[in-house]
Design a binder for this molecule. Sequence first.
Ligand SMILES: O=C(O)CC1=CCC(=O)O1
Length: 92
Amino acid sequence: MLFLVRMDVNIPHDLPEAQAADIKAREKAYAQALQHDGRWRHLWRVVGEYANYSVFDVASNDELHTLLSGLPLFPYMKIHVTPLAQHPSAIA
Ligand SMILES: O=C(O)CC1=CCC(=O)O1
């Protein structure tokens, strides 16, 4: 099952810099592990925003929820999920 996910990051300004850097490093490792195993298919920065559009390929809504809620930045993100279906005119 494919899902388009938008993540808007909002790290509080009063979070200590070292703590923010640690969370971002763990987020990167988590995201790259999921890209390597094929479940995080795309990760794109939204131009001019601290936000991304991602495409996930997972078995169920519950799996996606588990992955997203495990993101180290999860407490600091607004996440919007759009389930995707085949388009009849798509050639791939
Ligand atoms: O920077 C972001 O958009 C949040 C994020 C998701 C995966 C990652 O490494 O950073």
